[in-house]
Design a protein around this ligand. Sequence first.
Ligand code: HEC
Length: 304
Amino acid sequence: MKQYLKYYASIYVIFLIAIVVMGTMYINDLPNVMQEKIGGFPVVTKDTAKDITNAAADLPMIKGTLSPPVDVMKYLNPTPDLVDKGKSIFTMNCVSCHGDQGKGDGVAGASLNPKPRNFQDLAGWTNGPSITMLYKTLHEGITNRGMASYANLPPEDRLDMIAYIRTLNPGYPPITKVQLDSIDVLYSLTKGVKLPNQIPVKLATEKIIQQSAGLDAKVQAMVNVVNANKSDTGAVVLKSITNNLTKAFTVLAKDTTWSNNESALVKIFANDPVQNGFRASASYMLTAQQLNVVHAYLRKLFLM
Ligand code: HEC
């Protein structure tokens, strides 16, 4: 009887090993299994990502068109038809982030910080809820806060959407003739405007890379200035709180929240100091006066 027990024990061990081996094989094969499960949709890895970007259909190159002149005065009293049209343009372009009631609760906006604006709430806007500011937001975007420019949409579509947004709360500031005139003049709406060219994503990406080459040059120029300003208090203080000026300037160039706000600057100092080129002590070693000096100095540098 005892001999048999020994066999049972070894069969048990072999069985265990087999489970572990099969489990590992399954996990290694998981990408393929997933691919089958989701109907052959390619699973993106570092290698395939490149192929996919090359192969995927890109936006066609479209030459900017001239959009017809807009009669801005009709927005003094927008008709229900016009508001309806605004709503459908809004549905196509904006609900993914701003939500179908305009409450800022769209699925694509869930992970954004700041959250997309709730158009039913008139407090705490970045640009503001007046028609002039609404138009400005759509024209320029607030890109550092996750709101893109919609300058590629015809001006009339943008104004229609604004007319719709304004119906979401009765408290939007009334539209005046003066405001409409100023929008008209600022963006030459009665003359008709040329819409920007639509360019393929690939080209746009290359443009961004070029711009970042421009950034590198700017950063280098600022480093040179600081190194030359040996006796400037601003430069001296700045050097005392940084260990890599190039990295520090690159961080400051990408996050411009600090430019009007000293405490935002301190926040950047405190953020992952090893990576961003600031000394770990930078956020607490400065006196209020030194902070003031270095803030002013940085602003001057960035405005060069
Ligand atoms: C990718 C998500 C996203 C999409 C799509 C989007 N927005 Fe936004 N939008 C945002 C975010 C995020 C903010 C918050 C920015 C802020 O608080 O400064 C915002 C803010 C705004 C604001 C308020 C600006 C202010 O003064 O505070 C307006 C107006 C606006 N969006 C209009 C639109 C319209 C109209 C569309 C469609 C044409 C649109 N947005 C599409 C993300 C989005």
